[in-house]
Design a protein around this ligand. Structure first.
Ligand SMILES: Nc1nc2c(c(=O)[nH]1)N[C@H]1C(S)=C(S)[C@@H](COP(=O)(O)O)O[C@H]1N2
Ligand SMILES: [Mo]
Length: 261
């Protein structure tokens, strides 16, 4: 029996994805879309898109896709700590030494039930474990196992108001000029099953250099989205009033807000 060539099925996926975005309909391209099915040169153009721009393809194929998960044997022996040094306040150091008795995660903003959660509270919530690859925009990658609370569980707890559109993560560390790191994702990524607030890395409590006691994992995006040293989360309608208004520490300096891999 002859199987379909992989080329053909990939075309179907690409065309299906284009159709799903509604982009073609919006631009009045229904007829062109229909003709695309027969048009060899347009298909070649579409396929070259795949090679040239994975991020564009991700937009077309939808953001619900799961990031690849790995097995224990793939875990990197070395995982580079990156970014600001840990917060060196007396409060942070003392709390870290004692197992975080004072640290709380404040969850507030446009929610019906704001909460303050201790690390113990978080550990008692449903958890997810995943072995994933971290890709830094600087060009290095590393694989680790992360355990934490799915952000959906936090949302379930606080009940975001209908007008909330983004979740903002505020961090305890600062850069050399004293600016606090922060990040944001939209509710779509907040609801992604692999988006978790991690308190364990490779079966150990999250190490200080990797963001203790709590850091974000957004597995469909680049490393700079994954806020470390989180102490406050806010559900908001817009990020315009926060920082320089572009949704994150690096975004305020020109990086893209949607850092899809
Ligand atoms: N609070 C905070 N979160 C941060 C950063 C930072 O400087 N401060 N750096 C980001 C960048 S660029 C990367 S690549 C990852 C690094 O995570 P790691 O230290 O666990 O490797 O954290 C991200 N989250
Ligand atoms: Mo990074």
């Amino acid at each position: 029996m002859k199987k379909n060539s992989p080329g053909i099925s990939r075309r179907k996926i690409l065309l299906g994805a284009l159709n799903g975005t509604g982009l073609l309909l919006l631009s009045g391209c229904e007829n062109i879309f229909n003709r695309l099915h027969q048009n060899q040169s347009m298909l070649t153009v579409l396929e070259s898109v795949e090679g040239l721009n994975r991020r564009f393809l991700r937009l077309l194929t939808g953001r619900n896709k799961l990031a690849q998960e790995f097995s224990e044997k793939d875990i990197s022996r070395y995982f580079k700590p990156n970014g600001n040094p840990p917060p060196f306040t007396m409060e942070y150091v003392l709390d870290a030494t004692n197992g975080w008795p004072f640290w709380r995660l404040q969850v507030a903003g446009m929610v019906k039930q704001p909460v303050d959660l201790s690390l113990q509270d978080l550990r008692a919530m449903p958890a997810r474990t995943q072995i994933t690859r971290h890709d830094c925009v600087e060009g290095w990658s590393a694989i680790a196992k992360w355990k934490g609370v799915p952000l959906t569980e936090i949302s379930r707890r606080v009940e975001p108001e209908a007008s909330a559109r983004y979740v903002v993560f505020y961090c305890m560390d600062t850069d050399a000029r004293g600016s606090h790191y922060y990040e944001s994702v939209d509710l779509h990524d907040a609801n992604h099953p692999q988006t978790i607030l991690a308190y364990e890395m490779n079966d150990q409590p999250l190490p200080i250099e990797h963001g203790a006691p709590l850091r974000l994992r957004v597995e469909t995006q680049l490393g700079y989205k994954m806020a470390k040293y989180i102490h406050r989360i806010e559900y908001v309608a817009s990020v315009k009033e926060i920082g320089s208004g572009r949704g994150g520490y690096w975004e305020d300096q020109g990086y893209e807000w949607y850092a899809g891999i």
